[in-house]
Write a protein that binds this ligand. Structure first.
Ligand code: UD1
Ligand code: MG
Length: 454
């Protein structure tokens, strides 16, 4: 079956009160349109047509690597008019699926059965029953429960407004039929628009077979028109993701206080405390604890790791049994080998830290290669930047750097060397020696502290 998915994304979305086109607003860190594109692509065989209008360039440029046929709808004259623009792209034998760029959470498992209806039926509507159907198109049925037409809220009388079964907007049809029904549309209605929904009455008049598929989860078919609906779907989306993490065996101390904006894989016995945000591609090993208020973005976390409260890890690889934080910042390009320790108020950038090495307090380590079993004293800074260029610091194995030292790169501290506290190291330090740069300590016995006059 060749499925052609048409995604409507031409509307302005005035109620978002934004300069960004509505479909570019995100759910779970991903543009709503991109959710729908992924879902349509996952239907398998077939292709995707995007209908764009308002800020078309922004929308099209947001998906540079996706194979999508873009069709422009210069004036937004209604959903039917939007689909009419795609007619040259539709083949008679296509199964056409029409989805909406602002209905982001619809699932493949829901769209597939709708498409599967085509063949036995000519037209299939995804419908839902809502306690409050206000504003939506109503499904009008005959005495044998057969579908007769869809009537929009603004065109409905009091009887029709009582109907709770609504049109989600998502439909599937055989290409040849759809093209014919579209050609019959007019804009003789309350909104002076070409309604896609009027195709239903034309299909029924022809004696075509029209059916519906009921969607049980209202969030799946909820459109986003304003910030409130966006926030509501964000929470629903997050809860779903956290639920599947819990099904995989993760302890989540508060499901409403974990946000996932990307994809996460987890080992066994992972514990995630409150207010954690996982962004991009995050891989977490076994027996990992993530304490409150941590942000992990594109990170690989080995097994047995504890990420203590208020730590931020971005584009980094953390080996097994590492101990990080609290208040640590691990920046892009960092690799921590196993059993290493990064303590409070330590920032590490684009550096490799060897096995069992410790940077426990108040340090900046940047552009550094550090061996194993190194101890970096409190307040140590690698001075990697002269205002224009970045330079590397090389630290061997078993090095001990005394507190409050500055290592002015480019510089090499060889295996087994010790740096005396408070040193400013500008030249390479040889193996196994004490290197220090420090003015001699003196005491002045005759000195008298200034006295206050009483
Ligand atoms: C539409 C349906 C209604 C259904 C509801 C579900 C019609 C006439 N009505 O109403 O039965 O209950 O969706 O949410 O179809 N769009 C374009 N070009 C246009 C007009 C719209 O691309 O000229 C896009 C919008 O950007 C949006 C989608 O189509 O993504 C739906 O348009 P909207 O104006 O929100 O339709 P509704 O009035 O909500
Ligand atoms: Mg709408």
């Amino acid at each position: 079956m060749n499925i052609k998915s048409i995604i409507l994304a031409a509307g302005k979305g005035s109620r978002m009160r934004s300069d960004l086109p509505k479909v570019m607003h995100t759910i779970g860190g991903k543009a709503m349109l991109h959710h729908v594109v992924s879902t349509c692509k996952s239907l398998g065989a077939g292709s995707v047509i995007g209908v764009v209008g308002h800020h078309a360039e922004v929308v099209m440029n947001s998906l540079p690597n996706e194979e999508i046929t873009w069709v422009r709808q210069e004036d937004q004259l209604g959903t039917g008019h939007a689909v009419m623009q795609t007619i040259p792209e539709i083949d008679d034998n296509d199964v056409v699926l029409i989805a909406y760029g602002d209905v982001p959470l619809v699932r493949t498992e829901t769209l597939k059965p709708l498409c599967d209806c085509i063949g036995e039926y000519d037209f299939a509507l995804l419908t839902s029953k809502l306690d409050n159907p206000f504003g939506l198109g109503r499904i009008v049925r005959g005495s044998n429960n057969e579908i007769l037409e869809i009537v929009e809220e603004k065109d409905a009388d009091d009887e029709i407004r009582k109907i709770q079964e609504i049109n989600t907007g998502i439909v599937a049809a055989k290409g040849a039929h759809l093209k014919r029904w579209l050609s019959m549309l007019d804009n003789d209605n309350a909104q002076k628009e070409y309604y896609l929904t009027d195709c239903v009455a034309h299909a029924v008049a022809e004696g075509a077979k029209v059916t519906s598929v009921d969607c049980q989860d209202p969030n799946e078919v909820q459109g986003v028109n304003n910030r409130q609906q966006q926030a509501m779907l964000e929470r629903a989306f997050q809860l779903n993701q956290v639920n599947s993490l819990m099904s995989e065996g993760v302890t989540v101390l508060d499901p409403s206080r974990l946000d996932i904006r990307g994809s996460v894989s987890v080992g066994t016995d992972v514990l995630i405390d409150i207010n954690v945000v996982l962004i991009g591609d995050v891989k977490i090993g076994d027996n990992v604890t993530i304490e409150p208020n941590c942000i992990l973005e594109n990170a690989v976390i080995g097994s047995g790791v504890t990420v203590k409260a208020n730590s931020v890890i971005e584009d980094a690889i953390i080996g097994d049994d590492c101990d990080i934080g609290p208040f640590a910042r691990i920046r892009p390009g960092t690799v921590l080998s196993s059993r290493s320790k990064v303590g409070n108020f330590v920032e590490i950038k684009k550096s490799v830290v060897g096995e069992g090495s410790k940077i426990s307090h108040l340090s900046y380590i940047g552009d550094t290669e550090m061996g194993s079993n190194v101890n970096i004293g409190a307040g140590t800074i690698t001075c990697n930047y002269d205002g224009v260029n970045k330079f590397k610091t090389i630290i061997g194995n078993d090095v001990f750097v005394g507190s409050d030292s500055q290592l002015v790169a480019p510089v090499k501290i060889s295996d087994g060397s010790t740096i005396g506290a408070g040193s400013t190291i500008t030249k390479d330090a040889p193996e196994q020696q004490l290197t220090l740069s420090r003015s001699k300590q003196i005491s002045i016995p005759s000195w008298i502290r200034p006295q206050k006059n009483k």
